[in-house]
Design a protein around this ligand. Structure first.
Ligand code: SF4
Length: 171
C-alpha cells in the first residue's frame, strides 16, 4: 500500500540513499516497525550504491549483506525476482511443515535444509507459496480447520489427534 507513494518520492537508489529518514517514516508509517524499516531502507540504498553498483545482488549471500534483509527475505527475492527455486521459511512454512511431520526442527535455517532434502528443487518456491496459502486459509495458527483440510490424511498432527481421541473414547 505504501510502495506507490514511496517510489514516487524516491524513484531510485540515489534518491533513497540521500533521503531524510523522517520523510521515509512519514510515508511508511502505516507499516509496523516503521522507524526501523525507514532507517533500513535508507541504509540499504547506501550499501547498494557503494557496494553493488546500485543493482540488487543476484546471490543469497550478498542479499543478506543489505540492512533489513534476513535469510527469509533473501530467499524470497531469489525466488520472485531471479526465479531461482528457493525454500522460504516464514511462520506458516515453519508451523505447517512441523505439523505435517516433515521434520522436527524449530530453527528456520535447519527447516530450510530439511525441506531442501525432501522437496524436488524445481518445486521449492511453489511448495512454500502453497503452504503459506494453506496457512492463511485452513491451517491457521490459532485454530487449524483440520476437518476440512485437504492434506489431513498425511498430517502427523491430525493423525496423532485422531488416535488420541480414539484412545480416550475406549477408556
Ligand atoms: S490436518 Fe490440521 S494441522 Fe494438519 S495441515 Fe491440515 S489443518 Fe494443519
Amino acid at each position: 500500500m505504501v510502495t506507490k507513494d514511496l517510489l514516487k518520492k524516491f524513484p531510485d537508489v540515489n534518491s533513497m540513499a540521500n533521503a531524510d529518514v523522517k520523510e521515509i517514516e512519514a510515508i511508511i508509517r502505516p507499516c509496523g516497525l516503521f522507524r526501523t524499516k525507514s532507517q533500513n531502507l535508507k541504509d540499504m540504498a547506501v550499501v547498494l550504491k557503494e557496494k553493488f553498483d546500485s543493482k540488487i545482488p543476484h546471490s543469497l549471500e550478498n542479499l543478506q549483506k543489505l540492512p533489513g534483509i534476513g535469510r527469509k527475505t533473501a530467499n524470497l527475492i531469489m525466488s520472485e525476482i531471479f526465479f531461482e527455486p528457493s525454500i522460504i521459511v516464514d511462520t506458516h512454512v515453519s508451523r505447517i511443515t512441523q505439523k505435517l511431520g516433515l521434520h522436527n526442527e524449530k530453527d528456520p535455517f535447519k527447516i530450510e535444509i530439511e525441506l531442501q532434502k525432501i522437496i524436488k528443487r524445481p518445486k521449492w518456491s511453489t511448495f512454500c507459496h502453497c503452504v503459506v496459502f494453506h496457512g492463511r486459509n485452513c491451517c491457521t495458527a490459532k485454530k487449524p480447520k483440520c476437518d476440512f483440510c485437504c492434506v489431513k490424511k498425511y498430517c502427523k498432527f491430525y493423525l496423532e489427534k485422531i488416535n488420541d481421541e480414539k484412545k480416550s473414547k475406549k477408556c
